[in-house]
Design a protein around this ligand. Structure first.
Ligand code: G6P
Length: 612
């Protein structure tokens, strides 16, 4: 989704802005642009397509000229209002070219504002909602940039993360947020602003996260922070401990492959220091729940989107099996618009890799508003969901750049298992069972390592099925959400139509679609329900579908029921989702590679969906 970068300092402005945009490419976008301010003149360059097209447009002579500027803003746009085109790409300017704006989010009342401004003689060049902002700022301007931006923002409904420069103020940048993240990187005699810390970590580890309705004036290297009503506010400087190198490919062909291979370490980080071997429980102090709070929880609602939703579905089994707590999993988008029933004792868990997904954030706000205890399971430190919930668990998985989520999913599942163990141990789960589970959880990184070691075999299976047009993934119990996640991975990155189904539901409709051209991948690991899934595999074979089984190493019997097998080490039903999903991630990856797809930035997708 859209990305923002803004910079003031001594570095080459073009190189810095372009570097920032490249680091945001993973978010998904369809056009890009920059605006540079030099001696009271703003110059913009925009292009449709990748950041490289923008770079190609900047000739050496142009670059030399533009590099005289010391201040600039830049943007990658993911189209919402108007097609991807140069006029629709950001930055947008007013017609006197005094104010240039980059904006993430949606201005809901833009049509009315535009009509009003056209009535006052303003001329518009794009179909975007954003373009009203520079015109509105121009309309509100009385000599003070911060005040003009604040006045303009007060007139709009919707969400925004913005950065603004003005030819009237050659040393200033104004930035503000409501519902769309903005982070200010505080360097030595330089300031870099971005919508995401990935664009900042190679410059500084000191950052300020803006809260909703914060507005900041950066004037040389002074930062004046206020709220939109002009009241000064203070925000802590946070330290980010992400290693800048961790956001690079490190020799892998794609971020996705790197992130799949990183999972043993990522999961080890997610569980480190969070298990108590002698008490047989999870610690997870960030949840901030006393023993009394833990037993008071009588219902859990998990709200999430996409892959995080599937992790939540695995969590539902954990909480019910290990802690006896009735658990529901909700698409965050539905949760926010239904009238969810929240009683004392209802515990809401928001799962989000980015911590910024608009629907999940809105669900969190709705739950807080209704008085619920809300915790987050997030990866991006300092992102909005953990800040607003004030309690939860960070994944410590490191930056996830590939749009299709991999390591975040396995770490989410590991965290959910530790959390269910903690809740379970506060109730009827015995110390002995807890100790056994702790030992199993500690084995997870090794289980994943073993699956990764078979990547070449999985690649062979992928090559065999890479030309299929449709795919079904079926599973039961703990492997049902894994089947759905496997299908999502495949459709996201390879554009193959894939459906994840409960194995028993297949015969209630989708079986009509099966024939020799539609492979079925069956999760047939050695856990309760395996006998039943073998029956379901037979049903598929009887319709001539090729069957690929994910099965437990050493299960020779399975060969009778499957055309191809992907092996996963023996483990319990509690840990089996993790190594099994890794096998499916690799299968999707190699199918997408065989089909020549853009794996890290699939068409139409965004890493972090910050609009509804
Ligand atoms: C987007 C991404 C998915 C992700 C989902 C939820 O759709 O493409 O990979 O699972 O958002 O994101 P979150 O950051 O909330 O986990």
């Amino acid at each position: 989704m859209c990305g923002i970068v803004a910079y003031t300092g001594k570095r080459n402005i073009i190189d810095t802005l372009i570097d920032g945009l490249r680091r945001l490419e993973y978010r998904g976008y369809d056009s890009a642009g920059i605006a540079v301010l030099d001696k009271n003149k703003i110059t913009t360059v925009k292009s449709v397509g990748k950041v490289q097209s923008l770079v190609d447009k900047i000739t050496p002579a142009m670059k030399k000229e533009l590099s005289k500027g010391k201040i600039g803003i830049a943007h990658t746009r993911w189209a919402t209002h108007g097609i991807p085109s140069e006029p629709n790409a950001h930055p947008h300017l007013d017609e006197k070219c005094r104010f240039a704006v980059v904006h993430n989010g949606i201005i809901e009342n833009y049509a009315l504002i535009k009509e009003h401004l056209i009535g006052k003689g303003h001329k518009f060049l794009s179909e975007t909602d954003t373009e009203v902002l520079p015109h509105l700022i121009d309309d509100c301007y009385e000599g003070d940039l911060l005040q003009a931006v604040a006045a303009a923002l007060k007139k709009i409904n919707g969400t925004f993360g913005i950065a603004v420069i003005s030819s009237e103020h050659p040393e200033q940048i104004v930035t503000a947020r409501k519902g769309s993240p903005i982070v200010i990187g505080v360097g030595e005699n330089e300031t870099i602003i971005a919508s995401d810390i990935s664009a900042i970590i190679s410059y500084t580890d000191k950052v300020i996260f803006l809260n909703d309705n914060d507005i900041a004036l950066i004037d040389k290297d002074k930062i004046d922070l206020r709220n939109i009503d002009n009241v000064p506010v203070s925000r802590e400087i946070a330290h980010i401990d992400w290693d800048p190198g961790s956001a690079e490919k490190g020799g892998f062909e794609h971020f996705m492959l790197k992130e799949i291979f990183e999972q043993p370490d990522a999961i080890a980080n997610a569980i480190r220091g969070r298990l108590d071997e002698s008490l047989g429980t999870g610690t997870l102090s960030g949840l901030n729940l006393s023993a009394h709070d833990l037993v008071s929880v009588n219902r859990i609602i998990i709200a999430a989107c996409g892959t995080s939703l599937h992790a939540g579905m695995v969590g539902e089994y954990f909480f019910e099996d290990l802690a006896d707590i009735p658990t529901e999993v909700e698409q965050a988008a539905e949760f926010r618009y239904r009238n969810p029933i929240i009683n004392p004792g209802t515990f809401i868990l928001a799962i989000s890799q980015s911590g910024e997904t608009a629907d999940t954030l809105a669900a969190v706000r709705e739950a807080i508003q209704k008085g619920a205890t809300v915790a987050g399971i997030c990866n991006v430190v300092g992102s909005t969901i953990p800040r607003e919930t004030g309690r939860g668990v960070y994944l410590h998985a490191g930056p996830e750049i590939g749009v299709a989520s991999t390591k975040a999913f396995t770490c989410q599942v590991a965290v959910l298992l530790m959390m269910a163990l903690k809740f379970g141990r506060s109730r009827r789960l015995s110390r002995q069972t807890g100790i056994e589970l702790v030992a199993e959880i500690k084995r997870i990184p090794d289980l994943v390592r073993k699956v990764i070691a078979t990547a070449k075999d999985i690649e062979k299976v992928a090559k065999k099925y890479a030309q299929a047009k449709d795919f079904f993934f079926i599973g039961r119990g703990y492997l049902y959400p894994v089947a759905i996640e496997g299908a999502l991975k495949l459709k996201e990155i390879s554009y193959v139509h894939a459906e994840g189904y409960h194995a028993a539901e297949l015969k209630h409709g989708p079986i009509a679609l099966l024939d020799e051209n539609v492979p079925v991948l069956a999760m047939a690991n050695n856990i309760p329900g395996k006998d039943k899934i073998i029956g379901n595999m037979q049903e598929c074979k009887a319709r001539k579908s090729p069957v690929i089984a994910v099965a437990t190493e050493g299960d020779e019997e399975i060969r009778k029921h499957a055309d191809d097998i992907i092996w996963v080490p023996e483990c319990s039903q509690y840990t089996v989702p993790i190594p099994s999903v890794v096998a499916l991630q690799l299968l999707s990856y190699y199918i997408a590679k065989e089909r020549g797809c853009s794996i890290d930035q699939p068409r139409n997708l965004a890493k972090s969906v910050t609009v509804e």
